[in-house]
Design a protein around this ligand. Structure first.
Ligand code: PGA
Length: 254
C-alpha cells in the first residue's frame, strides 16, 4: 500500500520534563546535529510552560513545535486546560492528541480524541493522533479489535478532508517507557492493520498517503531497524528525545 512517498516525521515528546532553562540549553546542542536531516520533518513537544522558549530557540530552523494536549473548546471555564488557538498563538504547528498517558490518567476517550482533533484542525494545527493496545489486550489477542475501536471512534470519525490533514501514531502501551520496543515486524503489522482500517473507512488513496509514526521505547540503537520498515513513516520518541545527541541520532537515521 505504498503508492507514494510519504515524508518521514520524527517527533519528540518531552512529557513532563524540561523547564524553560533546560529547553534553552537543549536546542543549541540539538540544532547543529540535525542540519543534514533534510529527509524528514522534525517536531518537538515540550510541556506548555516551555513552549515559548522552544519556539524562540527554534526560530529559523526546520524544527516545528507541538503541544502535548489541547482542549476542544476555543476558550471557557476549563481550569488547567489550553486551547488549540492558544497553542497556535504561542507558535505551535502540531499537537499530540490521545496519548495513552492521557487516556490512562486523564480519562480521555475516543470521542474526546475526535473532538480535540477537529478543534486542532480548525485552527490549522496538525494533530498527531495516538492509538495502541495495552499489554493485556495484546496478550489476549485483542490488538486488532482495540486498534479498530480506537480508530473508528477517534480519527476514523473525521471527514475525509479532515483525515487527510492528520498524522497517526501507533504506540503500543506495553512498549512506552518500558524499554520493550515492538520488533520492527510487530510494529509493521500493526501499521498495516491501521492502514487497512483507513482504507475501509475512507479510501485506498487515504490509506496510501496517511503517515503513521511508531512510538514506544525508540532509541538510537533500535531506530535503524524500525525505520527500515516501509510501513513506518517516522517515530514518536519519549525518553530518548530528552537528550540532544540521542534524539539527533534517531532523527538522522536514514
Ligand atoms: P518512550 O515514549 O519513547 O519513552 O517509550 C514514547 C511516547 O510515549 O510517545
Amino acid at each position: 500500500m505504498r503508492s507514494q512517498v510519504r515524508r518521514r516525521v520524527m517527533a519528540g515528546n518531552w512529557k513532563m520534563y524540561k523547564t524553560q532553562a533546560e529547553t534553552r540549553d537543549f536546542f543549541p546542542v540539538f540544532l547543529p546535529l540535525i542540519l543534514d536531516a533534510t529527509h524528514c520533518d522534525v517536531v518537538i513537544a515540550p510541556p506548555f510552560t516551555s513552549i515559548a522558549a522552544a519556539v524562540q530557540a527554534t526560530e529559523g530552523s526546520r524544527v516545528a513545535i507541538a503541544g502535548q494536549n489541547n482542549h476542544w473548546q476555543k476558550e471557557g471555564a476549563f481550569t488547567g486546560e489550553v486551547s488549540s488557538q492558544m497553542l497556535v498563538a504561542v507558535g505551535c504547528t502540531y499537537v499530540i492528541v490521545g496519548h495513552s498517558e492521557r487516556r490512562q490518567y486523564s480519562g480521555e476517550t475516543d470521542g474526546m480524541v475526535a473532538q480535540k482533533s477537529r478543534a486542532a484542525l480548525e485552527c490549522g494545527l496538525t494533530p498527531i493522533v495516538c492509538l495502541g493496545e495495552n499489554f493485556t489486550e495484546r496478550e489476549t489477542g485483542r490488538t486488532q479489535e482495540i486498534l479498530s475501536q480506537q480508530f473508528i471512534g477517534g480519527p476514523g470519525s473525521l471527514t475525509p478532508e479532515e483525515f487527510s490533514r492528520i498524522l497517526l501514531a501507533y504506540e503500543p502501551v506495553w512498549a512506552i517507557g518500558t524499554g520493550r520496543t515492538a520488533t520492527p515486524d510487530i510494529a509493521a503489522a500493526a501499521h498495516r492493520f491501521l492502514r487497512q482500517c483507513v482504507q475501509d473507512q475512507f479510501s485506498a488513496e487515504a490509506a496510501a498517503s496517511v503517515r503513521i509514526l511508531y512510538g514506544g521505547s525508540v532509541k538510537p540503537d533500535n531506530s535503524q531497524g524500525l525505520m527500515a520498515q516501509q510501513e513506518l513513516d517516522g517515530a514518536l520518541v519519549g525518553g530518548a528525545s530528552l537528550d540532544a545527541k540521542s534524539f539527533a541520532a534517531i532523527v538522522n537515521c536514514k
